[in-house]
Design a protein. Structure first.
Length: 456
């Protein structure tokens, strides 16, 4: 296994750098294509969230892989390589697996234990599959990461160690008051209609807000969100929520009457400038609470200095979460991650020898077939029953001779340091390397076919 991850996150880089390095959704596909077109990488996936950007790749050269992936991150993110380099981290082989599994469990999140990262990992795999840049290794890795994350949430209380960024952000705005009491009856403006904005709107509705405006560049998406929230059986039906969709041009008007503003868009520039918020506050007496979950930020950081405005953004969330208490379940999750990393490594090592075992058995079957054909030529008077009995006996002898060594070599190959057993098997039985490679290529094509069928 030659898995490499190069990335930066809220743990390694300040928010200002993460903002400049943020990847636009449309840039991810081009990044993946450029990555697999380079010599070191044969597979690639990108995990891009509001507080991390990571490239996962199967590489044949470590140093060349690090250099190339770092350069590609800088080129596609818009931040210079010299700016990114001090904040980049690198993980290789088992450490890379351990890192992704920890991320999937929420151990590396800004708010420990948050579950939204699982959806983001699933999206990263889907994009890599759509771009045909995920082969056997990354398909196995990301699917296993999803299972590990789900296991951590189902078997431990890691959820109690933290909440989603939305909930945590609202708690920071509410201060010493619980969110439900603080939000009840208030008017909210949610800017954006993507997954994070939808989660924010749903959370606010369940907390009891009385009025909701959803602003989005595409008004139809905002309308779908408000319809879901207010339809019979929806989260806003019980408290008779008033909800409406508005265009982005109506944000300033809505701002003058909102009590809570949550923004999370894919915009590359500011959505709410300090002067706009200051003007809205000048026309009212009530304070304004703002939550910015976007990266790069949607809301001008200068609003921190405006009287009457309380802004919580990614940077202040990072500071607050650093002081959050760690749950005892975190240690249990770490144990799960370690066990799963070992299991994944063993499975990958065992899979590495499978093509060699298949090639060996294929060669043995060819030898048997050839010998039976030779016997037919030397003993043409054998009847069909005799010929079938001899053929079955020879095949049974070969199977019994191969059974113990092939089972044992798979067991040995799954252990640390067992990668050399495949080479030993090829040497001992003089197997054609091209035959082994052909089995590997066939397995990879089958895996991609299965993945495509699952997506369909």
């Amino acid at each position: 296994m030659s898995l490499l991850v190069v990335g930066l996150s809220h743990r390694s880089a300040p928010v200002s750098v993460l903002e400049r390095a943020a990847l636009a959704p449309e840039a991810r596909g081009k990044l993946l294509q450029d990555a697999v077109s380079t010599e070191p990488a044969t597979e690639c996936a990108v995990l891009s969230t509001c507080n991390r950007i990571e490239l996962y790749a199967d590489v044949d050269k470590f140093h060349a892989g690090v250099a190339e992936l770092s350069t590609l991150l800088a080129r596609h993110s818009g931040a210079g390589l010299e700016e990114l380099t001090p904040y980049l981290y690198v993980h290789y082989e088992d450490r890379a697996v351990h890192h992704l599994f920890s991320v999937a469990c929420g151990l590396d999140s800004m708010v420990v234990g948050e579950g939204q990262i699982l959806g983001q990992i699933k999206d990263a795999l889907a994009v890599a599959q759509e771009q045909h840049t995920a082969g056997r290794l990354l398909n196995d890795l990301f699917q296993q990461a999803l299972r590990v994350g789900k296991r951590a949430h189902s078997e431990t209380g890691i959820d109690k160690a933290g909440q989603s960024l939305v909930t945590f952000g609202l708690e920071q705005l509410a201060g010493d008051t619980d969110v439900e009491t603080w939000a009840k009856g208030k008017r909210a403006l949610v800017i954006g209609a993507g997954s994070m904005s939808s989660l924010a709107a749903t959370t606010l509705v369940r907390a009891g807000i009385g009025d909701l405006a959803v602003a989005n560049r595409t008004v139809e998406r905002a309308e779908r969100l408000t319809q879901i929230l207010t339809e019979p059986g929806g989260p806003g039906a019980a408290n008779r929520l008033t909800a409406r969709a508005v265009a982005m041009t109506a944000v300033e008007e809505e701002l003058s009457r909102a009590d809570i503003v949550v923004s999370c868009t894919g915009a590359t520039g500011l959505v709410l400038a300090g002067l706009v918020v200051a003007a809205a506050l000048a026309e009212r007496e009530a304070p304004l609470a703002l939550l910015d979950l976007a990266m790069p930020r949607d809301i001008d950081a200068a609003i921190h200095r405006i009287d009457g405005a309380h802004l919580v953004d990614i940077e202040s969330l990072a500071d607050a979460s650093a002081d959050a208490p760690m749950a005892a379940d975190v240690d249990q999750v770490r144990g799960i991650v370690s066990d799963e990393v070992s299991a994944f490594g063993a499975a990958q090592r065992a899979a590495h020898i499978t093509p060699t075992v298949v090639a060996l058995r294929t060669m043995a079957a060819d030898v048997v077939t050839g010998e039976i054909a030779r016997l037919d030529g030397r003993l043409p008077d054998l009847d069909d029953k005799q010929r079938a009995e001899i053929s079955q006996t020879v095949r049974r002898v070969v199977d019994k001779l191969l059974h113990a060594p092939t089972v044992r070599v798979k067991q040995l190959a799954s252990e640390p340091g067992g990668a050399g057993y495949a080479d030993a098997l090829r040497e001992l039985f003089d197997l054609d390397p091209q035959t082994v490679a052909a089995v590997s290529r066939a397995d990879t094509r089958a895996d991609r076919h299965d993945a495509a069928r699952e997506r369909a």
